[in-house]
Design a protein around this ligand. Structure first.
Ligand code: NAD
Length: 464
């Protein structure tokens, strides 16, 4: 896959350069020769015949960042000083903070916001427990809970290393939906301890967003918390992904003019994301799905199926396929991968039906190079930001939680997931829809509010 410079590997290199005219083009050429791209050129000080320049550039990866610095050091007359990694600079001291919403300037302010005034508010909540939503942060606050067991695509990193991800999630909640979310990284990976801990912290929160908890544990944690709590519990890696995939598939099918109920779908991956995607596709009307995992096609007679795979087998594979997934991919209209890099060959893709759709969503390296897939199929989506059609949960979760909180929902009905997917798909208008534009930009100004309104009205219409 071609390597494209990205802000996530952005460095600022402090250089001393001769003041009497080292052309900037020599510096940019050095950066470009090492695969980078200059994004800023600031002269930050002058000392006699030397200028101090802060050169900021994007690199494709960490190795290239080192090569860029080396290339700059080789330019005649240039002395390389401090190199700062802008991603690390952005994380110094964390990404979120708490701010007071009330003025605390006078003794009067203190007497109302804290004691003795606050005591009357406490008593009011004792008298009418439902008022906790009216008189506290609860109605707009979400816990982002992880045990650090499946952090991004990086595996079991533990709670401390998961914290930057959870802080980022909290920042996204605030930016896109005005929700105050707080990271809760647990120093346990024991199912019972996770469930009990979330249960006992729940009074503070209007919703629980489970994050980066490994399958199959995540299924039990979510199901049991949903039984025990009177606030919505949503595992984003499952349902956020499923909503965005269904929305993207809805628009991809509109592009190729095929109905969901009539298409053959082959899926690779039956973990957290795969299982939730499957369930939502079936609820939306898909009728012909075959699922494969690391062992092969999931079918009823496969030995050693756990309860989650047994449920998958019961709902899929009506033609009774077994063995490798390739057989199901031949002639399929849709391939959805949430599994591992390079599980799909070019021959596989070439064997699909005319006007096929490929969602290769494994992160960071998809099931197939999207450029290869594009040679054979009509619509391609990945999880990557450097290709069109990025399937990214941030398209869904802020609006979903905004809707759940606004409706004071006590659960997450499936009708709300379907409504969110429909609303997300419809943010892309008929005029805009294209093989390379099946999901809206995450910065679309109406995105979260449209999804929120759909979720809120689905909750109100459900019998939760
Ligand atoms: N782009 C997105 O929005 C998005 C969202 C969720 C997950 N993902 C990606 O999807 C992948 C799976 O995520 P998950 O949370 O479901 O993980 P998971 O560990 O819960 O499940 C992984 C599944 O893939 C299967 N698998 C592993 N290697 C395979 C192989 N070589 N061939 C076929 N199947 C194989 C496993 O058997 C399992 O069923 C990850 O790469 C993740 O980053 C992407």
């Amino acid at each position: 896959m071609g390597l494209i410079p990205s802000a996530s590997y952005s460095i600022t290199v402090r250089l001393d350069v001769p003041a009497d005219g080292l052309p900037a083009s020599q510096l940019t050429a050095a950066v470009e020769s090492a695969g980078g791209m200059v994004t800023a050129f600031d002269v930050t000080a002058a000392r006699g015949d030397v200028l101090q320049v802060d050169l900021t550039c994007a690199a494709p990866d960490a190795d290239h960042a080192v090569q860029i610095t080396d290339a700059l050091a080789r330019v005649d007359g240039v002395v390389v000083g401090k190199v700062s990694d802008r991603t690390f600079l952005l994380h110094l001291g964390g990404k979120i903070e708490v701010q007071s919403k009330v003025p605390l300037r006078t003794r009067d302010d203190l007497s109302m916001a804290y004691t003795p005034g606050v005591a009357r508010v406490c008593r009011a909540i004792v008298d009418r427990p439902a008022d906790v939503r009216r008189l506290t942060i609860k109605r707009n606050t979400v816990a982002v809970v992880t045990d650090g067991s499946a952090v991004l695509g990086l595996g079991n990193l533990g709670p401390e290393a998961a914290l930057p991800v959870m802080e980022g999630k909290a920042a996204l909640f605030k930016r896109f939906a005005g929700i105050d979310a707080w990271p809760i990284c647990l120093a346990t990976q024991d199912t019972e301890e996770i469930i009990r801990t979330v249960e006992i912290i729940a009074p503070v929160f209007g919703g629980i967003n489970l994050e980066d908890i490994a399958a199959p544990k995540c299924f039990e944690v979510e199901a049991r918390l949903r039984e025990r709590l009177d606030i919505p519990v949503f595992h984003d890696d499952q349902h956020g992904t499923a909503i965005v995939v269904l929305a993207a598939l809805t628009n991809a099918l509109r592009v190729v003019g095929k109905p969901l109920a009539g298409v053959r779908i082959a899926m690779s991956g039956a973990g957290a994301a795969g299982t939730a995607i499957l369930n939502l596709l079936l609820a939306a009307g898909a009728t012909d799905v075959v699922v494969g995992d690391v062992i092969g096609v999931v079918h009823r007679d496969r030995p050693g199926l756990d309860p989650s795979l047994l449920a998958v087998a019961a709902k899929t594979n009506k033609r009774g396929l077994s063995g490798r997934l390739s057989e199901a991919i031949a002639g399929a209209d849709v391939f959805i991968g949430v599994s591992a890099p390079d599980v799909l060959s070019e021959d596989d893709v070439a064997s699909m039906a005319p006007d096929a759709i490929v969602f290769a969503l494994a992160n960071p390296d998809p099931e197939i190079d999207p450029m290869l897939a594009r040679r054979h199929v009509k619509v391609v989506a990945t999880g990557r930001s450097d290709f069109p059609n990025q399937i990214n949960n941030v398209l869904a979760f802020p609006g979903v939680f905004r809707g759940l909180l606004d409706a004071q929902s006590r659960s997450v009905p499936q009708s709300a997931l379907l409504a969110a997917a429909r609303a997300l798909a419809d943010v892309v208008t008929d005029d805009e829809r294209h093989a390379n534009y099946i999901v809206p930009s995450v910065f679309h100004p109406d995105l979260a509010s449209t999804v929120a309104a759909a979720v809120s009205s689905a909750v109100s219409g459900s019998s939760e």
